[in-house]
Design a protein around this ligand. Sequence first.
Ligand code: ZN
Length: 115
Amino acid sequence: MEQKLPSFVVIMGQKVTISHEVPEKHADTELSLYQGLYFPLEKHIFINPELNEENQLRTLYHEMGHALMYRASIPCMEKFDIDLHELIVDVYSTFIYEFFHSGESEQMDSGQSHE
Ligand SMILES: [Zn+2]
């Protein structure tokens, strides 16, 4: 499948590669379980190629959020912190997606409020 994503992004000065594969060391990962994964040591983001184009981008922004948190040295130690990280990167990725893609759909701003 042709990759429509960029091949890398820069997160706080560090180049992070993006692909539909995981680093060799993690080759035994059951990839179908994940929409995306961030590998801080390998500076790599995996995006599941089975996702549609929009969800690949949303997932990329989500994983970039994890990378940003990691780069900013925001610790993630306990269950609560992991949930908090997920919440923060979900908000971040939604913001980024809407910022860059709000002009692509006429269906936006349909008056629905978000809880
Ligand atoms: Zn996540």
